[in-house]
Design a protein around this ligand. Structure first.
Ligand SMILES: NC(=O)c1ccc[n+]([C@@H]2O[C@H](COP(=O)([O-])OP(=O)(O)OC[C@H]3O[C@@H](n4cnc5c(N)ncnc54)[C@H](O)[C@@H]3O)[C@@H](O)[C@H]2O)c1
Length: 343
């Protein structure tokens, strides 16, 4: 089978690429390297082909040139601008990539007969929910830019499915963790940040009181489901979650135990997290404190029974086991780039 993966130099895209390669598929990997890294395509099995095309998902002719032979069966559109503050700070770029980028993929998939498009969507669109666990239908529309880019992307996906009879599944990922989670970016995701601080024996600074709870899914479990949905027909949105949530403090305790550390965390105000994004405080209208507070303290728990019932999928990796694997991979990476210099 021939499969295209966009965002293949990123965290999730690279893990998906490796898994599909191990399953003997013919792959076309693309990434514009705005966030992705060549190193993410380094796997212990050195025979893994690391051919990746530097291309933007918004490139109309570029994407057409890869699909026009008509032999691509599936596309995983994993490319996207994932960090929420980046999207909030540059909404035009975020909408351009996360929403219009998907439309370019869909339009070309339509023209060149791709059997199925699988879109990386997000449970961040449940940010205004008050009833838990959240099910796929009947939720309140989101407020912030990032979840709206993905929400709108889903609406266009639905439009293509209904108008042209295309097969499209939007996978609404909960917080994803696993090896290759990016610990080197400006504002690393929580799991990567916590491990990095512990690695360097620094005191981590968590926002709010650390009691905020989020639903996490291990990357291999996500990939198992992403493969299972390949042949479903029509349009579908599916939660990819463990249906178990953990607080920041609980996860920190597990990580400390695994790493054999005992460092008391410090806590900062909700606002502290966003102060690194001065654009949000420029101009006449600045971001509301209540919105920041809501985002930092957001509770997430996503019902995964639809995925279980329809696809016979069950997430297998426990938080303890998952964190162990991320810690091993991240410490190895930090060791290799260390040279005595603290990052
Ligand atoms: N990681 C999570 O917890 C999470 C949760 C929900 C949804 N998602 C979604 O899953 C996808 C992958 O997330 P990730 O954590 O692997 O992020 P990531 O930043 O590691 O990977 C995204 C990749 O997309 C590439 N990219 C960005 N814009 C592009 C463009 N215009 N053209 C081509 N490539 C482009 C980046 O260079 C990067 O390699 C994203 O779409 C994200 O919104 C992630």
């Amino acid at each position: 089978m021939k499969i295209m993966i966009t965002g293949a130099a990123g965290f999730i895209g690279s893990q998906l690429a490796y898994r599909l390669w191990k399953d003997n598929h013919d792959l076309i990997l693309i990434d514009n390297f705005s966030y992705g890294k060549w190193d993410n395509l380094e796997f212990p099995d050195h025979s893994f082909k690391k051919e990746i095309i530097k291309m933007d998902i918004r490139d109309k002719e570029g994407i057409a040139s890869l699909l026009k032979a008509g032999d691509v069966d599936y596309i995983y559109n994993i490319a996207g601008i994932a960090p929420l503050p980046d999207c909030q700070s540059d909404p035009v770029e975020a909408i351009s990539v996360n929403t219009m980028g998907l439309v370019n993929i869909l339009e070309n998939a339509r023209l060149y007969g791709v059997k199925k498009v699988i879109q990386a969507s997000t449970n961040a669109m449940y940010e205004n929910e008050e009833e838990f666990p959240t099910v796929e239908n009947n939720f309140k529309v989101p407020t912030l830019i990032y979840p709206n880019t993905k929400y709108c992307a889903e609406r266009f996906a639905e439009s293509y499915a209904k108008t042209y009879g295309m097969n499209i599944t939007c996978l609404r990922f909960a917080n994803v963790y696993g090896p290759h989670i990016d610990c080197l970016r400006k504002q690393p995701p929580f799991v990567a940040y916590m491990i990095k601080e512990l690695y360097y024996n620094r005191v981590p600074i968590f926002h709010s009181n650390g009691e905020q709870r989020r639903d996490y899914i291990y990357v291999d479990d996500l990939i198992d489901l992403a493969i299972k949905v390949q042949d479903s027909e029509g349009f579908d949105c599916v939660n990819v979650s463990s249906n178990i949530n953990y607080s920041v403090n609980e996860m920190y305790e597990i990580a400390q135990k695994i790493m054999g550390k005992n460092i008391k965390a410090e806590y900062a105000s909700d606002k502290h997290y966003w102060e690194k994004y001065p654009d949000l405080y420029k101009g006449k209208f600045t971001i509301k404190d209540a919105i920041l507070e809501h985002e930092i303290n957001k509770y997430s728990l996503c019902d995964n029974s639809y995925a279980k019932e329809k696809y016979g999928w069950v997430p297998k990796v426990s938080m303890e086991e998952g964190l162990k694997r991320v810690i091993e991979a991240e410490c190895k990476l930090l060791e290799s780039i260390d040279n005595g210099e603290v990052k």
